[in-house]
Design a protein around this ligand. Structure first.
Ligand code: C5P
Length: 201
């Protein structure tokens, strides 16, 4: 039997960390769908069209070291606005969502497009300021040379593009539970999500 946990939300809201921890807790595989768009964007830097990049994705493309940078995030958000690119990635995500035994997927359109009948739908968010600070700390920790203002502008631009696009825009599903992690620790957010899943399992 399948059991899909759909986790959406804006950039740097903590959904990646929460998804990973929750998947581990329940023994479910986890798909960070942002990686599909990041890898597609990265392949366009090498001269492929966005659609060819998406159609030719392999597992090793998802393991590239350069996918976490701000530039890769911006490239991801640009290719993610192209409907044909999104369509090319749907089957893989839906098969993952419905595999036997359960799955956790995080992204922007999991509860709205990829898995509209997900057993659990969450929208994890946090204030703009908190998200910018978290992403700044993460990038500095990785040795990237960034400023708080730069990170904040980068997130704002990406969220605006993701929310304004016509194809699968970033928005909570009507039946999603919204969790604002602005004043939560990561452990509190993880505990809350585990409790919500346990309630419907
Ligand atoms: O989650 P992450 O920041 O890695 O996603 C990078 C970009 O990929 C997002 O800004 C968004 O444009 C796109 N994305 C998407 N749909 C998803 C996951 C990510 O459009 N399900």
């Amino acid at each position: 039997m399948s059991f899909c946990v759909a986790i959406d939300g804006p950039a740097a809201a903590g959904k990646g960390t929460v998804s990973k921890a929750v998947a581990k807790h329940f023994g479910f595989p986890h798909l960070d769908t942002g990686l599909l768009y990041r890898a597609t964007g990265a392949k366009t830097f090498e001269g492929l069209t966005p659609l060819d990049a998406a159609l030719s994705l392999t597992t090793s493309d998802l393991e590239r070291d350069d996918l976490r940078s701000g530039d890769a995030g911006q490239a991801a958000s640009r290719v993610a606005a192209i409907p044909e690119v999104r369509s090319a990635l749907v089957d893989f995500q839906q098969a993952f969502a419905r595999r036997d035994g359960g799955a956790v997927l995080d992204g922007r359109d999991i509860g709205t497009v990829i898995c509209p009948d997900a057993e659990v739908k969450l929208y994890i968010t946090a204030s703009d300021e908190v998200r910018a600070l978290r992403r700044y700390a993460e990038l500095i920790g990785k040795g990237e040379h960034v400023t708080k203002e730069g990170v904040s502008a980068d997130l704002r631009e990406r969220d605006e593009r993701d929310s304004a696009r016509a194809a699968a825009p970033l928005k909570p599903a009507d039946d999603a539970t919204v969790i604002d992690t602005s004043s939560m620790t990561i452990d509190e957010a993880i505990a809350k999500v585990i409790a919500l899943i346990e309630a419907v399992r």
